[in-house]
Structures are given as C-alpha cells and as structure tokens.
Design a binder for this molecule. Structure first.
Ligand code: NAD
Length: 284
C-alpha cells in the first residue's frame, strides 16, 4: 500500500482563494490590508521565507511593506521598528522573521508586537487565548496542519495524536488545537527527552513530526494506516527534506505530507489569513 499524498500546495491554493475574496470584500469598504515583514540579518533561509510571504501577500491583494535590518542591529533598533509598525494604521499584520540573529531576544520582540497585529499568532496574549480556545490569530504552522486535516476529511475526534517536538512555534500550540473541544484528539507530546520515540509514535493515528532532524521518523515509528504530517524542513546535500523518511514511511502510512509541498505552503497561506482577520477586526 502506498499512502495518500496530502498536497499542501493544493490546500494552500484553496486558502489563498478564500483570502483573496475577503481582501476584495475589505476593498469595497475602502480598506487594503497591510502586512509588514521584518527581516534582520542575512540568513539565506529567512530571506527565502520572507520573499515567499511577500510574493503571496501581493498575489492576494495585501499591501506588502518590507523592512530589513543588518545582522548587527541592536535589540533597541528592532524593538523601535516594531513599536513604529504597531502605531502605523497602514499596517494590520506584523511578521518578524524568526529566529533573530545573534543575541537578539526573539521572545521579547514577539511580545512587543501589538497582539491585534500579531500575524504569526505567537504573542503571549494570543497563545493565552489559544489555551482558552478563544484565539482569533492562531500560529500559522499549527493552523496550517489543522487545515490540511480538515481539507482531506481527516477528523481527529477520538484519535490518538502524537506530536514529536514541543516548540512554542509548532508542537505546543498544535497540541492545544488537536486536544481542543470539538477537535477532541487524545494528544501526546514527545520531545528530545522522551525515551523510545518510535514506540510512542507507533501509537499515533495522527503523527506529527516537528523536530528538525532529517529522517527521524522511519517506518518502524509509524502505525499502519496512520496519517503522517511532516513539519520538518531540513536543508541537506540532497535538497530539502523533512523529519520523516518519506520513501519508506509512505509504504506503511495511510496518508502523508511531502517535503517540500506539504506544511510549508500552508504556513505562508495562514499568515495571509491571519493578516486579513486582523484587518477585518480593525474595521470593527
Ligand atoms: P525547535 O528547535 O524550536 O524545536 C524542536 C523540538 O524537537 C524541541 O521541542 C525538541 O525537544 C524536539 N527534539 C529535538 N531533537 C529531538 C529528538 N531527537 N527526538 C525527539 N524530539 C526532539 O524547532 P521548531 O521551530 O519547532 O521547528 C521544527 C522543525 O520544523 C524544523 O525543521 C523547522 O525548520 C520546521 N518548521 C517548518 C515550518 C513549516 O512551515 N513547514 C514552520 C516552522 C518550523
């Protein structure tokens, strides 16, 4: 058996169309949503990510405002830029591309963003609302994973979900979304100190890998028929690969996301969705 491929590009296209419609509805009220992207330093991967975010923003009719600071920018400089964008009425969403270089404090910068403009959904206030199941701006990658599941009719209710990785960016918010009332998966979060990851992962009906270790999840870690969502993006000599050994796992899984073309495009699409949601709220 070969797993069904969950095509993130196809799902992202559906989200893009939905966002473009909402942008058009705002335009009728005289509002053009604005997304400010902030890029600090010269990390090539960050440049690629920000470029694709700006490109999609322009495609759906969101005004893209871009700001770059040098690698040696100070914490004060980054923070002043964020405060300026908070005060700018043309800006509905702010994305500071993480990680920030050197000793810059990501968490401090994230928590300075106006929670109403927090396009990434990572401000402590928005993560708090997520814990209360009342979030409007939901972190983009976890939101994208949920959308892939719903698009393909995979209903987590009553399923065992195992998430490998407990970061604030992916694993932790995703565990809240999957366990939320109305979604109702039974969730286990595994991490670097979990003994025998493969044994834990094998219990999953829905297995999510969000680690950053190429090929960490092999076929021995997958229950036959499980849905496998690969969030990992690893740059190797063979090109971009995920955390899942795709070729062997697709032989046992029921459904699987590829890398590239799985969760990655969803993250960018959900950023646009959050920006439009923020713009709609600013209009009351
Ligand atoms: P992170 O480094 O913040 O967190 C990694 C997590 O994996 C930690 O919780 C750690 O405990 C766990 N871990 C580390 N080694 C492990 C091991 N050997 N076994 C089990 N758990 C282990 O990373 P992150 O920001 O959550 O990103 C994870 C991966 O997802 C990276 O490859 C990143 O590039 C990718 N990513 C992809 C997208 C996307 O849009 N597809 C978005 C964000 C991150």
């Amino acid at each position: 058996m070969s797993a069904r491929i969950l095509d993130g590009r196809e799902v992202a296209e559906a989200v893009r169309a939905e966002v473009a419609e909402r942008v058009a509805a705002l335009a009728k009220q005289g509002k053009v949503p604005g997304l400010a992207t902030v890029l600090v330093g010269d990390d090539p991967a960050s440049h690629v990510y920000v470029r694709s975010k700006r490109r999609l923003a322009e495609k759906v009719g969101i005004n893209s405002l871009h700001f770059e600071l040098d690698t040696d920018a100070t914490q004060d400089e980054v923070e002043s830029l964020v405060l300026r964008l908070n005060a700018d009425p043309a800006v509905d969403g702010i994305l500071v591309q993480l990680p920030l270089p050197g000793d810059l404090d990501d968490k401090r910068v994230t928590s300075l963003i106006d929670p109403n403009k927090d396009a990434d959904g990572l401000h402590p206030y928005n993560l708090g609302l997520l814990a209360l199941e009342r979030a409007v701006l939901v972190p983009c990658t976890p939101q994208g994973v949920m959308r892939i599941l719903s698009h393909y009719g995979i209903n987590p209710t009553g399923m065992r979900a195992v998430i490998v990785g407990r970061s604030f960016l992916v694993g932790r918010p995703l565990s809240m979304l999957l366990a939320a009332k109305g979604t109702d998966a039974t969730v286990t979060t595994a991490h670097s100190r979990t003994p025998d990851i493969a044994a834990v992962a094998r219990e999953a009906d829905i297995l999510v890998a969000a680690v950053g270790v190429p090929g960490l999840i092999g076929r021995d870690a997958v229950k036959p028929g499980a849905t496998v969502i690969d969030v990992g993006i690893n740059r190797t000599e063979q090109g971009l690969v995920g955390d899942v050994a795709f070729d062997e796992v697709r032989e046992v899984a029921g459904a699987i996301t590829p890398v590239p073309g799985g969760v990655g495009p969803m993250t960018v699409a959900m950023l646009m969705r959050n920006t439009v949601a923020a713009a709609e709220r600013s209009m009351g």
